[in-house]
Design a protein around this ligand. Sequence first.
Ligand SMILES: Cc1cc2nc3c(=O)[nH]c(=O)nc-3n(C[C@H](O)[C@H](O)[C@H](O)COP(=O)(O)OP(=O)(O)OC[C@H]3O[C@@H](n4cnc5c(N)ncnc54)[C@H](O)[C@@H]3O)c2cc1C
Length: 352
Amino acid sequence: MGDGTVVGFPGRSGRGGTSRVAVIGAGLSGLACAERLAGRGLDVTVFDKGRAAGGRMATRRADAGGGAGSPRFDHGAQYFTARDPRFRSRVDDWVARGAAACWTGRIVRIGEGGGIEESPGERFVGTPGMTAPARLLAESVTPRSGVRVAEVVPGDGGWQLRDEAGRDLGSYGRVAVAVPSPQAVPLLAEAPDLAAAAADAIMAGCWSVLVRFPRPLGLAYDGAFVGASPLSWIARDSSKPGRDAGGGETWVLHGSPEWSQRHIEDDQAEVIARLTAAFRELAGIGPVQAGYLAAHRWRFSIPLRGLEQECLYDPERGLGACGDWCLGGRVEGAFLSGLALANRILADGTPV
Ligand SMILES: Cc1cc2nc3c(=O)[nH]c(=O)nc-3n(C[C@H](O)[C@H](O)[C@H](O)COP(=O)(O)OP(=O)(O)OC[C@H]3O[C@@H](n4cnc5c(N)ncnc54)[C@H](O)[C@@H]3O)c2cc1C
């Protein structure tokens, strides 16, 4: 997505003019940042501790082997909106390339007394799963997966990165930290003002329970924001475009931030029992046997308190951070935050 102009950096603050940039995190913010920088000719290396790109835009198969007939669940981000024209045009591109589609399911709000209100709006999902848009973005930057960056320390030509075993991951003129705020704090330790700003953001935990029912439940909605319950969100995942639940239905149940935080150290079986009981009560479901049940713990799901600034960047040090906790708290915010950090890094360089 570059415009053909190549950017180089002046030799400032001892960074030796290297145009190598490290991006830590291959979620949407890191990928958006990396793609823009690579498109302007910078030498970008993206690291991610996970097996695949996408971060919290995550999809998993019901059976660990991932067989073709095994239903998928979006256990992280449920959908995304696209209000900013820059993000909207990217979403349109994903839709055109088959990596996203509009989810036209009926979404409602269920209040304390069980009253139902419509929650209209244009909502998009990745197809066939939530990781698909990240996979497209990752094509241009090929992240190094399975690498957890443990240290960002001053080194030759700028910054040296090391993994948990102290192994050298290379030297870089600029570093973009694109991970949830609590994980960003130690990576920003050499820039105490940035670390302190990141520490100011608060992220909520979330338990996500995945259920497959062998037969349709017959509920009149496809997704619901839930009040006054251990649950805050329930979704018929199989109602999203491109999903196949093999004749049955898949549901994703999210514990509310308060409930999830209180139970964050509970074991999975206990969480599954509590949240499926809340779901059965809410939806008035009898003793339908679930064919598959699993739980996923997100220690950091969405920001309860974000920074409301596009990104963090210290041009003297060549170190910055981006992510949903900087801007907007959602997929769209993460993308825009990544772009903003890329622009700050590019503004720090000299077109050549
Ligand atoms: C349960 C849940 C529900 C959500 N629902 C919605 C929703 O409906 N709509 C919406 O818009 N948003 C939703 N979100 C939020 C959305 O997923 C995020 O806003 C967005 O995906 C954040 O992208 P990011 O790039 O900022 O961070 P992430 O996606 O978290 O990416 C960070 C990446 O950094 C990697 N990483 C972390 N530490 C290191 C390290 N030391 N070294 C290397 N790699 C590292 C991680 O593996 C990860 O891939 C939800 C999130 C969750 C968890």
